[in-house]
Write a protein that binds this ligand. Structure first.
Ligand code: ZN
Length: 665
């Protein structure tokens, strides 16, 4: 597959034809090699049923191709046109209150609806056939950000019907479903699959957690199946073009591991200064880094950014404007964590619609300003770097297990009001990030054997196969971290019975749970070699069998009992953390782990300066990223020289980046 360095998202249909040639020429001059378009313009390309008019795309693609720019086309199924909705209003989605949602935004569609799927089949078949032989069209994106804006959708009758088919395939008999869902509680026995509904709002709010977990699994499968429908048509009608999807970091509705199986490579949308962030005065570089590391895990290889922030963003309200240097810094962070191609969103700020203030490289005026000049300089400087580094990976020795199943289970039962699955994983990730230790994310299905350390928090749903895999990792010399709420439930979200918690891994942990405390409206403390450090949310009170206490609680009637333990098992060690760690405690925990597994951080940096590496062959690229609004002094490790050959005086500018290389013999 041809490699591209930089691209842009482009909507020629928003602008007069006379401007398109100017846009294409300006793109080529600034270093754009690929353009994505077409993903939201169904009404223009099919103004009435079966009446296709792709002339806008044909002409725009021709102008771009004349400048040597290739094209990715998106299928526009995230925005079915008004004429489809008028004809088939039943395809509009229903939320969990049973309220139908209507036309006017996007994703006003039910992904299981058979009538909607017929409309999609007709459009995508014609779309693929029309562009199949166009050599400038090199790839496809199906829909847009699948799962996003579909968070609590859809609970309609069509989805319920599909859910019943899914359940029949899974359970075979209604008796088996009743057992797996524990329907003896509150009189929920189902005499027949036909009686099962989507888990809409109940009179008592609470849902059966087993029913809800299967619904979330089903919803993930439905999104993947929705993607598959289109991917199959595209592959059959237009072979030789790649398929990717713009994923959304830690967004959880569909499993990206499952969706990724259909993709040639993963893509991601990255908006570090997005208006949708809850706070704009917080340090978030670690979150952005983590999402990039996670997207790399989807295919366990480098990825694309399909939408990279290129200006101030907003819908009804706006975020902050990117500070000088930040657009390049944010793009470089993606490159550092494994992006081989960066596509900026978008070419030009749009005069109309919901995203009028979601600014592009160009302002509404079309005249280049600061955003454009900064990104152009960045692209010109670093296109050669992206070319030489293509395919390089970070060579992490530490992995964090991220599981959609466990996340769904904690979405249903967070236990503590402030407890969130991803935030919990982030307590460990952030400590590793502060220490400049490369991290990979992995799923249950991946091969873990290449890692020295596997951090696997919250293994709530414990199955014999997961237990076996965890045992094998430690037996073979790995260091495993397990935490509170591990080995509590079976795969149906029923509590394990008749064995000690953490069920199926108590021998691996070398302890058994005696009881637990949910730290409502209070924090706790852990004593680690006499140092008192804060913890929160939850405390497991354990009785060790073979484990060694590492740190003990410093509060409540269980003060002095183990909070963190370590158990030698086979050739490895299993650590158990009975509480949620504060940042200081997580730093202490990570330091102990790194020392025990003999892992060296890349280097020391001031807070807010990130050090990241990519490695290929014998060559290592070291990225220094200053997320702070002031210059920072950094001591470079031995053996590295500036990638660009420019002098290095040991200082990074505010929001500045530098790249260094080292070649091993
Ligand atoms: Zn539906």
């Amino acid at each position: 597959m041809k490699h591209y360095t930089f691209g842009v998202d482009y909507y020629p249909e928003h602008w007069p034809r006379e401007r398109w040639a100017t846009d294409a020429k300006m793109m080529r001059e600034m270093g754009i090699e690929v353009v994505r378009m077409g993903e939201f313009s169904w009404a223009m390309f099919e103004p009435g049923e079966g009446r296709f008019d792709f002339s806008v795309l044909d002409e725009a693609i021709g102008l771009l191709a004349a400048q040597g720019i290739d094209v990715i086309l998106g299928t526009p199924t995230a925005a079915p046109p008004a004429w489809i909705i008028e004809k088939n209003p039943e395809i509009q989605p229903t939320d969990w209150r049973g309220q139908q949602r209507f036309f006017g935004g996007r994703h006003h569609d039910c992904q299981s609806n058979p009538v909607y799927r017929e409309h999609i089949r007709r459009y995508v078949t014609a779309f693929a056939a029309h562009f199949a032989d166009n050599p400038a069209v090199v790839g496809w994106q199906v829909d847009n950000e699948l799962g996003n804006s579909h968070g609590d959708l859809c609970y309609c009758e069509s989805c319920e019907k599909r859910f019943r088919v899914w359940l029949k395939e899974k359970y075979g008999t209604i008796g088996e479903l009743n057992r797996a869902w524990g329907t003896a509680f509150w009189s929920q026995d189902y005499p027949d699959f036909e009686h099962i509904r989507s888990p809409k709002i109940t009179a008592a709010w609470g849902q059966n957690p087993s029913h809800d977990l299967d619904w979330r699994r089903f919803s993930s499968d439905l999104v993947c199946e929705f993607h598959q429908l289109q991917a199959d048509i595209l592959r059959a009608a237009a072979p030789g073009k790649f398929i990717t999807h713009n994923l959304m970091g830690f967004s959880s509705k569909p499993s990206y591991y499952a969706l990724g199986e259909q993709l040639d490579f993963a893509s991601h949308d990255q908006y570090p200064g997005g208006h949708f962030h809850a706070r704009h005065d917080e340090y978030r570089a670690d979150w952005h880094a983590a999402e990039l590391d996670f997207i790399r895990a989807v295919k366990q290889k480098p990825f694309w950014i399909m939408e990279q922030q290129s200006g101030i963003t907003g819908w009804e309200v706006l975020g902050r404007t990117p500070r000088p240097g930040q657009l390049g810094l944010w793009a470089m962070q993606c490159v550092a964590h494994g992006a081989d191609t960066i596509v900026f969103f978008r070419w030009r700020s749009c005069p109309m619609g919901t995203e009028q203030y979601w600014h592009g490289l160009l302002p509404h005026s079309g005249q280049p300003g600061r955003y454009f000049r900064e990104v152009e300089a960045f692209m010109k400087q670093y296109a050669p770097l992206l070319r030489e580094m293509q395919g390089a990976l970070p060579q992490a020795e530490v992995a964090i297990l991220r599981s959609y199943e466990q996340e769904y289970a904690f979405q249903i039962q967070p236990h503590h009001p402030q407890h969130r699955y991803t935030q919990h994983l982030m307590t460990y990730y952030k400590a590793l990030h502060r220490a400049n230790v490369p991290v990979d994310f992995v799923g249950e299905h991946h091969d873990w054997s290449g890692y020295k350390v596997l951090i696997a928090p919250l293994q709530f749903l414990m199955t014999p196969s997961l237990s076996e895999k965890l045992h094998a990792f430690v037996e073979n010399g790995g260091q495993l971290v397990l935490t509170w709420r591990t080995g509590v439930k079976d795969e149906s979200n029923l509590c394990h019975t008749d064995m000690p918690v953490p069920c199926l891994v108590d021998d691996l942990c070398g302890l058994q749970l005696a009881e637990y405390d949910c730290l409502r409206d209070t924090d706790g403390a852990v004593l680690w070699e006499g140092e008192r450090l804060a913890c929160s949310q939850w405390c497991d009170v354990v009785e060790v069998t073979t484990a060694r206490p590492v740190a003990v609680y410093g509060h409540e009637f269980y003060a002095g009992t183990p909070a963190i333990t370590c158990n030698e098992f086979g050739a490895g060690k299993c650590w158990y953390v009975g509480t949620t760690l504060s940042d200081a405690l997580a730093d202490r925990m990570v330091a102990a782990l790194l020392a025990s597994a003999d892992i060296a951080p890349l280097m020391d940096t001031p807070h807010g300066v990130e050090a990241v590496r990519r490695v290929k062959g014998g060559k290592t690229w070291l990225f220094l990223l200053n997320h702070n609004a002031c210059p920072e002094t950094v001591a470079l490790p031995a053996g590295f020289t500036p990638w660009d050959g420019a002098p290095w005086a040991g200082q990074l500018e505010a929001h500045g980046t530098r790249v260094f290389v080292s070649v091993s013999e």
